[in-house]
Design a binder for this molecule. Structure first.
Ligand SMILES: [Zn+2]
Length: 240
């Protein structure tokens, strides 16, 4: 396919790019991202653009790997770089959700059992309050498969964003999840604690006792994540 050239929305503060790289490495370090999966942010200067690494394992992403895309996931300046096949997840999430400025797609391990059994994934711990409502499960066959269970085009990405609705997380049957938030710190918190809460819920279910889920009037997102971000960043600091 021929490369098209779009004009860039402009330079981005290097500190913002460093946070994006850190997010990728933090989630890899916590085994929420494996050798695949990706983190993006909406372009700070243009809501019709987003920033995502070239195709590369999340634990190895550097500032120089970050590329700019429009919301149909066309690259602004590809320069021959290999792109993530599943980037359409990001573009369509930004298109559907003006409130979202950061997106993660993971193969977070404990998503799989909840995505294939119908067992509801909901918050049982306060720190995962953002999951107070049952997490919806996206079925790719509702829109049609083209490359196994991978999201390989805008139509599939749009369908996934529709399942996400106005929530923070959608499970992808037999594949992983989509996590969204208003900023990079919050999306890292959500991706991490979706996995932690799923592991804890699996343990609770094994006890075969009634479960008290977090109630709507108990739900509270962390007001500030700066302390958490500081420690997560410190874990990957030597690589930045
Ligand atoms: Zn995937």
């Amino acid at each position: 396919m021929a490369e098209t050239t779009l004009s860039s929305a402009g330079p981005v503060d290097p500190a913002i790019i460093t946070d994006l790289v850190a997010a990728s490495r933090i989630l890899a370090r916590h085994n929420v991202l494996d050798a695949w999966g990706h983190v993006s942010i909406r372009h700070p200067r243009d809501p019709q653009r987003y920033l995502l690494s070239r195709a590369r394992a999340p634990a190895l992403v550097t500032e120089g790997d970050i590329m700019e895309f429009d919301l149909h996931s066309n690259p602004v300046d590809q320069r021959g770089r290999r792109m993530f096949l599943e980037r359409f997840i990001h573009g369509q999430a930004y298109r559907a959700r003006p409130d979202v400025n950061a997106v993660v797609h993971t193969h977070s391990p404990t998503m799989i059992p909840f995505s294939v059994t119908g067992e509801p994934l909901r918050a049982i711990s306060h720190i995962a309050s953002f999951l107070v409502n049952e997490v919806p499960v996206w079925e790719i066959r509702d829109v049609g498969i083209t490359q196994g269970l991978l999201v390989a085009n805008n139509e599939q990405g749009r369908s996934l964003a529709k399942t996400l609705g106005d929530g923070p997380v959608a499970l992808m049957r037999g594949h992983g999840n989509l996590v969204v938030a208003a900023d990079i710190k919050r999306v890292v918190h959500r991706a991490l604690y979706t996995e932690v809460n799923a592991q804890q819920l699996a343990v609770a279910l094994s006890f075969r006792r009634p479960i008290s889920f977090i109630a709507p009037d108990e739900s509270q997102d962390p007001k500030r994540l700066d302390d958490a971000w500081e420690v997560w960043r410190s874990e990957v600091a030597k690589d930045l």
